[in-house]
Design a protein around this ligand. Structure first.
Ligand code: ZN
Length: 193
């Protein structure tokens, strides 16, 4: 079964409606750089297949596509370029497809551009506010970390003094190991028994 046969029946009514082309700007903005040798337009079911490179077709696939094109020239269309996929509303529109069915999305965006820009601004401001709050929290955490770093430096400074005063390193080692009462109260400065 070919892609043309799998797709929705061709909506001939759309041809009659004479929907204007979507703009290049709109198509480029939504195409995201993806293109293929066979692209089916989800909006109308037309299949565009490229003959600019035969390498990627499975055996007999191109012949089958050409046979479909012969049978249904408006549903299966041979082109000499890779067709870009334009992703709109969860569906793929084949770039340049004559159904032009993405045009209404563009019309909606363009017609409501002021409202849309106001909406985007409001959403962005909300996100920016949340980001600023997160930054404040992060800054607070950094300050706390800096304080404990200062405290650690205070400890090291004390140890340096102790080492200088009491060159018996094992005593200071006790201090480092956390046996502070022993060191500070009685043992420190005494000779090891
Ligand atoms: Zn189409």
């Amino acid at each position: 079964m070919t892609r043309a046969a799998q797709g929705d029946p061709i909506d001939t009514a759309s041809k009659m409606e004479m929907i204007p082309d979507p703009s290049e700007e709109f198509l480029d903005a939504f195409s995201g750089g993806s293109a293929g040798i066979i692209v089916e337009c989800d909006f109308c079911g037309r299949v565009y297949f490229s003959t600019s490179d035969h390498g990627d077709y499975e055996e007999g696939e191109l012949e089958s596509l050409r046979a479909n094109a012969e049978k249904e020239p408006d549903g299966c269309i041979e082109v000499d370029y890779f067709t870009s996929r334009v992703e709109v509303d969860g569906k793929t529109y084949a770039y340049g497809c004559k159904c032009n069915k993405v045009r209404r999305y563009e019309d909606f965006i363009w017609l409501h551009r002021r409202e849309i820009l106001a909406y985007i601004k409001a959403r962005m401001e909300k996100r920016l506010k949340a980001a600023k709050e997160d930054m404040e929290i992060a800054r607070g955490a950094l300050t706390a970390a800096k304080l404990s770093e200062d405290e650690a430096e205070g400890e090291r400074e004390l140890l340096r003094k102790l080492l200088k005063k009491y060159p018996d390193e094992s005593r200071v080692h006790h201090y480092i190991m956390g046996e502070r009462t022993d060191i500070a109260g009685r043992t420190l400065g005494e000779k090891t028994p």
